[in-house]
Design a protein around this ligand. Sequence first.
Ligand code: SAM
Length: 481
Amino acid sequence: MPQSNHYSHQSRSHNDRRRQQPDEKVQATVNIGQRFPLTIRRLGINGEGIGYYKHVITFVKGALPEEVVVAEVTAVHPRYLEAKIRSIRKPSPDRVDPRDAYAGEVGGFELEHLDYPAQLAFKQDLIRQALEKYRPAGYRHYDVRPTIGMTNPYEYRNKAQFQVRLIDGHVAAGLYKENSHDLVDLPTCSVQMPATMTVMRQVVAWLEELQVPIYDEEHNSGIVKTIVVREAAATGEIQLVFITNTPKLPKKHQLLMKIAEKLPMVVSVMQNINAGKTSLIWGDQTTLLAGKPTITEELDGLVFDLSARAFFQLNPQQTKKLYRLAREALNLAPNETLVDAYSGVGTIGLSLADVAKEVRGMDTIPAAVADANANAQRNQITNAHYEVGEAEVLLPQWLASGFAPDAMVVDPPRTGLDNVLIDAILQSAPEKLVYISCNPSTLAQDLQALTRGYQVDYIQSIDMFPQTARCEAVVRFTKRH
Ligand SMILES: C[S@@+](CC[C@H](N)C(=O)[O-])C[C@H]1O[C@@H](n2cnc3c(N)ncnc32)[C@H](O)[C@@H]1O
């Protein structure tokens, strides 16, 4: 789970400046291990409770607004403190017991102790907080709509990518503790689609039973490093990938026989070879062990063949809602051309191709673009085309060659839009503009620039990752005339 820094509501340059100016007063008066009572005022962008100890902003993991906790300092930084909860003197009425016992230990469960309606309110509020920090003209009038949640905010993730290690002589599969390589075994996981966990745990049990050598990071020995299980929600097909240290996978035939006999939903078994000590999970070479090389997913009538490395949104139920929001916001006419910028495997643009004259998209990852064009073909879509390149380079080139899009959807990574791209958007001024954001902070910054040429009609947040602090939003703009 990617983590942004605590000051991510502030401008990047401001943030850097603060880091270069140590506040010696804080360092001199506070020690690691020091304890004090603290009233929590709000949640930060990573879901930690925020309080002020002698005016110094203090981030307390697991604490909730309105709680009074005894905080114990775990890190002293030039301008802020990090702390853990020692005890809770006054709990929040929104505090609930997390379903996953390990929720506070590994990334991806930052809000599991917060009641779901309060999680949704937090995500709406994060956007408001970010906008207030930047104060773009007229921000107070923005219509920041209540976050669209899930009826069941569990069992939504279609993919489990778990590290495999030996712990006390037993095969464990799970996630690392934050900022470490200490593995936490996950026998259950409330946010995973149930079949992904059934397959994961069964395979782990067979690895142990057959005594398949498990990777040992310290000695760079052993073989199985990671197991990836992905389910196509619409068809129920599952792909299983063994990521290994060597091309050889001992007991391969026994494993494949057991999988064929006991796990009929697994229609694709792959092996990816990633040799040696490396921080990368995937290696370059992927081979087919059994079944077919892809699983078939469907989204709003479109079909996608997903290979092991292909990107696909992790929450299929909410992805449908997200793309419908984009469709409503763009409200395309049949004679309009659309740019799908930061297109990934083309799912947004392809889902809109039926209501557009032409879709052009781009992404920096060649494999994603190849998938996008293959996905277009697979669905007999002839008016969509994807190119490899940076949005900030390709869009100006397209404009220079006379292409004048009527509509544009941008879905950038957490870093937001490049300034050159913002200038190109303002210059070409497509009539319709929709921004899909996964980071309220950079969204707020980009809105400041975009409101030179556009007005914000509304900001609709949608919860793509319940139980986490991640926040996604769709912004609809209207061009200023
Ligand atoms: C949030 S994902 C969007 C994926 C896609 N729109 C979807 O719905 O699945 C952001 C994408 O932007 C791509 N990307 C990152 N920097 C880029 C750039 N400068 N120009 C174009 N694409 C970029 C990444 O490769 C990634 O696929």
